[in-house]
Design a protein. Structure first.
Length: 672
C-alpha cells in the first residue's frame, strides 16, 4: 500500500500549481494584449489588410478591407475568395495564394478588385506567409493599395513622353540634348537632316566638334560655357557645318536642364534658315539690280534720243547726195557706229528688264539650232554638241532678244575656252514648283529649259556670285563691257523666266534658262528690211526733244508728208484743235514732262477716236506702252529708227485705219 504524501509535500504541489496558474494568466494577458495590439495595428493601417490559413480561407481582415469590399470579418471568416466573390478572377486569385504558401515566398503583383459599389479598381497586392511556433507556414497575410491615381499618372506621363517623342521625331529643327560634359545624349531626325550625322555617329561626341568650324568654334565655345553655367542662350543667328563641311545658316538657342536646381544636362535647338538667307540675298540682289536697271534704262532712253538725231541726220545726208566716195564711205561708217551704239543700248535695256520689242511665239529648238550653227562658223576651235527635244518647244518672246541671250552665253563660253573645248546645248520641257524650292523666283507652271555648258576654266565662288552683275567682267580692261550676262539676266527675267549659273574651277560652267512654255503656233519670221515708203498725209509729230522734232520733221518732209510739230502734250492738243480735222496721224513721244504721252493719248481719243496714234520711245514696248496698245493705240516704234522703218510703220498704220471702226466723230475741244 502506497505511502500517503505528507502535508508539506501537498503544500509544495499546491504552491507549484498556483505559480503555473499565475504564469498562465500572465501569458493569457500578454496574448490578449498582443491580440489587442495587432487588432489596433490592423485597424490603424489605412490600406486593406487580410490574413488566411493554409487552405486559403479568410481568418480576418481590418476595417479598411471591410470599408472597400463591403464585408465584415465575421462574414468572411472561414470562407475562400471563390465562395465570397465567384468568378474566373477569384480562381486565379485563390491559386496565387496557394502557390505563395507552398513556396513560402513573397508576392507583389498588380490585379483588379471589384469594390462594394461594383467599381473595378486597379490595385497592387503585397503578400507574405506567417509561421507557427514550430516554424511551419501557418497562413498568409496580405494587403493591397489602390493604384488608380498612380496608373492615371503613369498613363499621362506615357502620353507626354509619346507626344515629346513625336515632336522630336517630326520637328524640322535639330533638337540635341547634352550631358554636363557637353557630350551628345540625344540627336533627333531633324539633326540628322540638317547636319548629316546619324544618331549613332553623334551620341557620345562633343557637339562643338561635330558642327563648329574655324572662326565659329570660339563663338560656339562661349555659348557652351554659358549654358553649362546654368544660363539660357537666347536665339541668335550663326553658321554651323554639316558632316561634309558645307556651311548651314541656323538660328541657335540653348537652355540648361535643371532638376531641383541641379544641372542635369543641356538642350540645344538649331533652325535651318539657309533658304531664308538665300531668299533675302536674292531679294537684295533683285533690289540692287532693279535700282541699277532704272538708272541704265534712263541712260539708254536718253542715249537713244541722241542716236535718233544722229541716225536721222545721216539718213537725210544720204538722201540728199549722190552716192560715191568719200562721203558715202563716211556715211556708211557712221551708220555702222550708230548700229553698234544701238546694240549697246539694247543690252542696257535688256539688263534693265525692258528689252522686249516684238513678242511672238517661237520654237526654241529652231532658235538653238540656228544660233549654234551661226556661232560655230566663227568659232572653229570649239566643238558644239546639241541635244534637242524631239518636239517643238514654243515660247512667247522677242526673237532678237533671246538670240542676244544665247549669243552672250556662247561668247562667255568662248572666252572661258581659249584652247578650245566643247559647248553643249540641251532643250527640254520642265514643270517648276517653287514649293519644293522656296528660293525659286518664278510661279509654278510648265517651262522650256535651255542648258548651255562649256568645258572651260570655270569660275570661282566669288566670281559666280557676281556673274550677272552689270559692268562686272573678268576680262582685261577695255576688252569687255560687263553687260553681256547682265543683259541676259534682265531679258530672261523680263520674259517671265529665270537664269541660273553653276560652275567650278577647272570643271567648266553651266547656264540654265527657264522660260514659260506656250501652246500657241509658231509664227513665220518677218523680213527685217522694208522698202522706203512715201506719203502725202499730214503728220503731227509730238516730242519734248527739239533735236527729235527737227530731224523727224526733215525725214517726214523728205518722204512727202506734211508735218506739224508740238513740243508737249498741251501743244499737241492745241494743234489738233487749230487744224480741225486736217491731221491724219500722230507720232507721240511716250516720255514727256507735264502731260506725258499716256495722258495726251487719252485726251486725243476723247477729242477724236479715229485719229491713228503711233507711240515712240527710247524705252521698249513693255510697261506703259503695252497698256496703251491694248487700249487702242495703233502702233509703236522704238528710237532710234531709220527713215525706212518710220516710213513703213506710218504707211501700215494709215492703210489699216483708212476705214475707221468708229462712227464719224463729233469733235470737241481737246483741252477739256
Amino acid at each position: 500500500m502506497a505511502e500517503k504524501p505528507s502535508y508539506e509535500a501537498l503544500e509544495k504541489r499546491v504552491a507549484s500549481l498556483e505559480t503555473i496558474a499565475r504564469q498562465f494568466d500572465r501569458m493569457q494577458d500578454e496574448h490578449r494584449q498582443t491580440l489587442n495590439l495587432l487588432e489596433s495595428l490592423l485597424a490603424s493601417i489605412p490600406t486593406p489588410v487580410f490574413y488566411k490559413d493554409t487552405r486559403g480561407r479568410y481568418m480576418g481582415c481590418n476595417p479598411a478591407f471591410t470599408e472597400i469590399m463591403g464585408v465584415t470579418a465575421e462574414q468572411i471568416r472561414g470562407k475562400t475568395v471563390q465562395e465570397l466573390w465567384p468568378g474566373d478572377q477569384a480562381g486565379f486569385y485563390h491559386q496565387k495564394d496557394l502557390e505563395l504558401m507552398e513556396k513560402a515566398s513573397r508576392q507583389v503583383y498588380e490585379f483588379e478588385v471589384t469594390d462594394k459599389d461594383g467599381n473595378t479598381r486597379p490595385v497592387m497586392y503585397y503578400k507574405n506567409v506567417f509561421r507557427d511556433e514550430t516554424g511551419n507556414v501557418a497562413g498568409l497575410v496580405g494587403g493591397f493599395t489602390d493604384i488608380s491615381d498612380l496608373r492615371h499618372a503613369h498613363e499621362e506621363l506615357l502620353q507626354r513622353q509619346q507626344f515629346l517623342e513625336a515632336v522630336l521625331f517630326h520637328a524640322p529643327d535639330a533638337i540635341v540634348t547634352l550631358d554636363v560634359h557637353h557630350r551628345v545624349t540625344g540627336w533627333n531626325p531633324g539633326a540628322v537632316k540638317i547636319f548629316g550625322y546619324t544618331s549613332e555617329e553623334a551620341v557620345g561626341a562633343q557637339l562643338d566638334d561635330l558642327v563648329a568650324r574655324g572662326k565659329h568654334q570660339s563663338e560656339a565655345g562661349t555659348k557652351t560655357q554659358r549654358v553649362l553655367s546654368g544660363k539660357r542662350v537666347d536665339a541668335f543667328t550663326t553658321v554651323r557645318y554639316r558632316k561634309d563641311g558645307t556651311p548651314v545658316h541656323v538660328i541657335a538657342a540653348g537652355s540648361p536642364i535643371l532638376i531641383e536646381g541641379v544641372l542635369k544636362g543641356v538642350v540645344a535647338v538649331y533652325s535651318d534658315i539657309s533658304d531664308r538667307v538665300k531668299m533675302e540675298k536674292a531679294l537684295w540682289e533683285a533690289q540692287k539690280m532693279e535700282a541699277i536697271g532704272t538708272l541704265a534704262s534712263g541712260i539708254a532712253h536718253d542715249f537713244n534720243n541722241l542716236l535718233m538725231g544722229i541716225l536721222g541726220r545721216v539718213s537725210l545726208i544720204e538722201m540728199g547726195q549722190n552716192p560715191g566716195p568719200p562721203n558715202s564711205e563716211h556715211i556708211a561708217a557712221i551708220e555702222e557706229y550708230v548700229k553698234s551704239a544701238v546694240n549697246l543700248t539694247k543690252q542696257l535695256l535688256g539688263f534693265a528688264q525692258g528689252g522686249r520689242y516684238e513678242v511672238t511665239p517661237i520654237d526654241i529648238n529652231e532658235l538653238i539650232e540656228h544660233s549654234t550653227t551661226m556661232f560655230g562658223r566663227t568659232s572653229k576651235g570649239i566643238r558644239i554638241l546639241t541635244t534637242i527635244w524631239p518636239k517643238p518647244l514654243v515660247i512667247e518672246a522677242d526673237r532678237s532678244q533671246i538670240e542676244q541671250v544665247l549669243l552672250n552665253i556662247y561668247v562667255n563660253a568662248l572666252h572661258a575656252m581659249p584652247r578650245g573645248g566643247e559647248l553643249r546645248c540641251e532643250t527640254r520641257p520642265m514643270a517648276l514648283d517653287p514649293e519644293t524650292d522656296p528660293s525659286c523666283p518664278v510661279p509654278p507652271g510648265h517651262y522650256v529649259m535651255i542648258s548651255i555648258s562649256d568645258t572651260g576654266t570655270g569660275m570661282t565662288e566669288e566670281v559666280l556670285q557676281k556673274v550677272f552683275d552689270p559692268f562686272f567682267t573678268t576680262r582685261d580692261r577695255g576688252r569687255g563691257t560687263g553687260l553681256g550676262l547682265a543683259s541676259a539676266y534682265g531679258i530672261v527675267t523680263n520674259h517671265g523666266g529665270m537664269i541660273t549659273a553653276d560652275s567650278r574651277v577647272g570643271h567648266g560652267s553651266t547656264f540654265t534658262i527657264y522660260l514659260p512654255a506656250s501652246r500657241k503656233d509658231v509664227e513665220p519670221e518677218k523680213p527685217v528690211e522694208k522698202p522706203l515708203v512715201k506719203g502725202t498725209e499730214t503728220i503731227l509729230l509730238v516730242d519734248d526733244e527739239a533735236m527729235i522734232l527737227d530731224v523727224g520733221k526733215d525725214m517726214l518732209e523728205r518722204t512727202g508728208y506734211r508735218v506739224v510739230t508740238a513740243d508737249s502734250g498741251e501743244s499737241a492738243l492745241s494743234q489738233l484743235s487749230k487744224l480741225r480735222g486736217e491731221v491724219d496721224l500722230v507720232i507721240l513721244d511716250l516720255i514727256m514732262p507735264g502731260m506725258n504721252g499716256a495722258k495726251t493719248f487719252h485726251k486725243i481719243r476723247e477729242y477724236d477716236p479715229t485719229i491713228p496714234v503711233i507711240l515712240s520711245s527710247g524705252y521698249s514696248i513693255d510697261g506703259q506702252a503695252t497698256e496703251l496698245l491694248e487700249q487702242g493705240c495703233n502702233g509703236f516704234i522704238q528710237k532710234p529708227y531709220s527713215i525706212g522703218e518710220l516710213g513703213e510703220k506710218i504707211r501700215r498704220v494709215l492703210d489699216e485705219t483708212k476705214q475707221p471702226p468708229y462712227p464719224p466723230p463729233t469733235r470737241s475741244s481737246p483741252m477739256k
